[in-house]
Design a protein around this ligand. Structure first.
Ligand code: F6P
Length: 382
């Protein structure tokens, strides 16, 4: 160092990755973090490809002004994603704990922080890396809106628009053919997407995981509609919704697993849960068939699937992702780590990762949307 010259502060270098299922708004968030860190604070930023695997295998994407340009409106993620977990990653056909490799690579690249964009699983994985000594910040993304401690996740608003438009479109064909159309909507084990789009699209029946259903009650509601001259119905069913019997079996299975002491008991309980999961896969088709038999109305099924995750983000998601991304840049500048940037009202709030990881935000039984649906005469299968 030349005598008399002040030591310049080191330019911060951050890594960023996207993990879990993709969702609209990921690129808007990458851009929000990137532009704030690069342009506003003068940091360096490295993108890691395909979730946590990129950090293990050193697959990178240089993020600069030109890579960040023009991605605000683009669906998916320019970084690629995967459901790989740092502590249980399949490498050359073997499942291995790669946490140490990630820590080594973090040091090798001289990172000051790693930003992980993801849903519930990513929050858990990020906490593990934070506990392993890394500076980590997460952003909440998922179309399911089931991440704890944040008002909303980006991707949800767009998926809700898509599901609502689908329900709108199903109305005219169901009406013309005097049919029941059962529309299966994503959401994992939470009913946010189905309840929101079901209310917005005016579904006649809304079935969510939080309220196990009785198929007889649904058929009664549909028959009552027919009696009053409306011989078609739209049933919005969440992929995780179940009948009361199935919900009871699931609960019993989960309790059995919790109580299992020996390896043999654990294996048996896990097998029972797996068979319930397999049975659940045909749930929507089974429900449509049951309703056809009970109501004597022809029934059809529409599974919305990945259409809900693809394509350009809505304006609401672009704003949410951008403001979470830019707040993330501020937190890195202030060296606040080990947190998720939560959406809180019009602002944001850093929430410690151990308060978020392992928790799922489901629709509370007293949520106002449930009451709203009941008030407008929607059958919730109760
Ligand atoms: O978590 C988002 C989500 O789209 C869920 O709604 C759905 O259950 C799941 O991902 C599908 O996962 P995958 O992309 O692994 O098939």
């Amino acid at each position: 160092m030349i005598r008399g010259m002040a030591k310049l502060p080191k330019t911060k270098r951050i890594g960023i990755l996207t993990a879990g299922g993709d969702s609209p708004g990921l690129n808007a968030a990458i851009r929000g973090v990137g532009k704030t860190c690069l342009g506003f604070y003068g940091m360096e930023i490295i993108g890691f490809r395909d979730g946590f695997r990129g950090l293990v295998e050193n697959h990178r994407l240089k993020l600069d002004k030109s890579t960040l340009a023009g991605i605000l409106t683009v669906g998916g993620t320019i970084l690629g994603t995967s459901r790989d977990k740092p502590h249980r990653m399949v490498i050359d056909g073997r499942t291995r704990d790669m946490t140490e490799t990630i820590v080594e690579n973090y040091d090798k690249w001289g990172l000051d922080c790693i930003v992980c964009l993801g849903g519930g699983g990513t929050q858990k994985n990020a906490l593990r890396l934070h506990q392993a000594g890394l500076n980590v910040i997460t952003l909440p993304k998922t179309i399911d809106n089931d991440v704890a401690m944040t008002d909303a996740t980006f991707g949800y608003a767009t998926a809700m628009d898509i599901a609502t438009e689908t329900i709108d479109r199903l109305h005219s064909t169901a009406h013309s053919h005097h049919r029941i159309i059962v529309a299966e909507i994503m959401g994992h084990r939470a009913g946010w997407l189905t309840l929101g789009s079901g209310i917005a699209g005016g579904a006649d029946v809304i079935l969510i995981p939080e309220i196990p259903y009785d198929v007889e009650k649904i058929s009664e509601a549909i028959k009552l509609r027919s009696k009053h001259g409306t011989n078609f119905s739209i049933v919005a069913v969440a992929e995780g919704a179940m009948s009361r019997d199935d919900a009871r079996s699931l609960q019993a299975g989960e309790k059995k697993l919790e109580r299992a002491k020996t390896l043999h008991d654990k294996k048996e309980a896990k097998m029972e849960l797996a068979s319930l999961e397999v049975r659940h896969q045909g749930n929507t088709l089974r429900l449509a068939k049951q309703l056809e038999e009970l109501t004597h109305l022809e029934s059809r099924v529409t599974i919305l699937g990945y259409v809900q995750r693809g394509g350009t983000p809505s304006a609401a998601d672009r704003i949410l992702a951008t403001r979470l991304g830019s707040a993330c840049g501020d937190l890195i500048h202030e060296e606040v780590f080990g947190v998720m940037v939560a959406a809180r009202g019009d602002g944001t709030e850093p929430v410690p990762l151990d308060k978020v990881a392992g928790k799922r935000k489901v629709v509370p039984p007293d949520h106002s949307w449930i009451q709203t649906a009941r008030h407008v005469g929607t059958c919730l299968g109760e």
